[in-house]
Design a protein around this ligand. Structure first.
Ligand code: FPP
Ligand code: MG
Length: 334
């Protein structure tokens, strides 16, 4: 049992998370489904899929499916299907995201596009989406089919919006939050909403479960965007500063640009000039930090986590509430 927790947890800090212990049995079954049970005939596809899932991952979205199930009743066979399809969609979107970003690293290992190539990545991502659709069919719940169909279109919408806003220093907070909601929070929200729906909760409580996932997801994305500036390559398992280098303007940069002074004007110019040389890029990163962008971004993430916690009135089994609060708190420590 401890082995599973250790595999899922990146470091000692995560091993101590009580919510991972609470749902350890469920996560173990999920892990077997992902690594052993996907029906793949092609030897190459089987190799690629194994490589992806053996890399682990935080499995935070499946964790939300299981914890919401426990908070609103029992974990049923259908919650396992929901957890699996949610992780399949998330993983597929990362495989495609790495092609779009030409990313060499993910979770500290070479990406599929780097180790194999873009073509293999496209097909593998599509296969994972297809497997998620198969699971969705198995749920035999048209409401959940609609929720996840909307998530898929949201993911594409958010990703394209991000692409179209590259190097645009006039990006508004509304555009940033909307993009983060569609790109990331929609899947978190769907996991919590669908899990409570499977336990026949009231419309009002299903909406609150959706809100919890949504606010958590927005905070998650803001923290992810901040770590891009504050982490080392080793901690991040991917290249540092990759977002800004590609012209993706996120919360820390937006806060820095909001400061109407000489430094923020310099930052604006550097971004608009698309970093003519490597020194310009380093200068821009330093300016974001000097203008307090990361600290303010983390404060913004905290405010979304507070909103998430305030939505926890949907919880029926009050013993589970502290675990959901712990999930919210661990977003800041990710
Ligand atoms: C990672 O975010 C990426 C996403 C959350 C969504 C990516 C979505 C797509 C590629 C579209 C999905 C396509 C279909 C067909 C549904 P990030 O880039 O902020 O995180 P990272 O730094 O870990 O890459
Ligand atoms: Mg990315």
């Amino acid at each position: 049992m401890q082995q599973v927790i250790e595999k899922l947890a990146k470091n000692k800090k995560e091993i101590d998370l009580a919510f991972l212990n609470l749902i350890n049995d469920e996560l173990k079954i999920l892990e077997e489904s992902l690594t052993e049970k996907l029906p793949v005939r092609s030897k190459l596809l089987s190799e690629v899929v194994r490589y992806i899932f053996k890399a682990g991952g935080k499995r935070i979205r499946p964790a939300l499916c299981f914890l919401t199930a426990k908070a609103t009743g029992q974990v049923s066979k259908r919650h396992f299907i929901l957890a699996e399809l949610t992780e399949l969609i998330h993983t597929a979107s990362l495989v495609h995201d790495d092609i779009i970003d030409s990313a060499p690293l993910r979770r500290g290992r070479e990406t599929i596009n780097d180790l194999w190539n873009d073509k293999i990545s496209v097909i593998t991502g599509d296969f994972l989406f297809a497997q998620a659709s198969v699971r969705l069919g198995e749920l035999e719940n048209s409401e959940i089919v609609k929720i996840y169909a909307n998530v898929l279109s949201d993911l594409c919408d958010g990703e394209i919006e991000q692409y179209s806003l590259k190097y645009d220093t006039n990006i508004s907070w509304d555009q940033y939050i909307t993009k983060s909601t569609t790109k990331t929070a929609s899947l978190f929200a769907a996991a919590c909403k669908s899990s409570s729906l499977l336990n026949d909760q009231s419309e009002e409580d299903i909406k609150l479960a959706n809100d919890f996932g949504n606010f958590l997801g927005i905070a998650f994305q803001i923290v992810d965007d901040t770590l891009d500036f504050t982490s080392t390559k080793n901690e991040l398992g991917k290249e540092v500063g990759a977002d800004l280098k590609q012209g993706i303007i996120t919360a820390p940069t937006l806060f820095a640009l909001d400061e109407k002074n000489e430094k923020s004007q310099e930052l604006r110019k550097l971004i608009e000039s698309r970093f003519n040389n490597p020194e310009d890029f380093t200068k821009a990163i330093n300016l974001v930090n000097e203008l307090n962008g990361c600290k303010k971004a983390l404060d913004l993430a905290k405010s979304y986590l507070e909103k998430a916690k305030n939505s926890l009135t949907f919880v029926k089994n009050l013993n589970i509430k502290p675990y959901l609060i712990e999930v919210a708190d661990c977003i800041l420590k990710k």
